[in-house]
Design a protein. Structure first.
Length: 131
């Protein structure tokens, strides 16, 4: 059983809090693409929209946390989910985004706490807020 106080980072999936989140890193990206037209003599650069990535980790809750179960279910069903990552607690800086769970991987061994590493493919960009 993971205490709700174990997690250092607050993250929600479809409004359900994921218990035991110990790390999280949203990356909002814009890539630049280089191209040259037939008549051009110089390379040109243009911004290409890249939605971003989000990686986080949580301590396994053997009692069956609803947020952790939602992560595993979303991965299995390839479901688009709404996420909120709270950077400074519920009343501070946070970001919202939609995404698909790309990977869920356990680390550790059965005799110690098992941590799950999760990677999310962001769909539609990351929006930053202060609440």
């Amino acid at each position: 059983n993971v205490s709700p106080n174990v997690g250092k980072v607050k993250v929600t999936i479809n409004t359900t809090v994921i218990i035991g989140v110990t790390s999280g890193s949203p990356v909002d990206q814009t890539k630049m693409e280089e191209y040259m037209c037939d008549q051009d003599t110089a390379m040109r650069r243009s911004p290409v929209y890249d939605d971003g990535t989000y990686k986080f980790g949580f301590m396994d809750d053997s009692a069956g946390d609803a947020g952790q179960a939602a992560v595993r279910t979303a991965k299995a069903n390839h479901t688009l989910c709404a996420f909120v990552h709270y950077v400074r607690g519920a009343s501070g800086l946070n970001c919202t985004f939609n995404g698909y769970i790309e990977s869920v991987a356990p680390t550790g061994d059965p005799k110690t706490d098992v941590k799950w590493d999760v990677s999310v493919a962001v769909d539609g960009g990351i929006t930053w807020h202060t609440s």
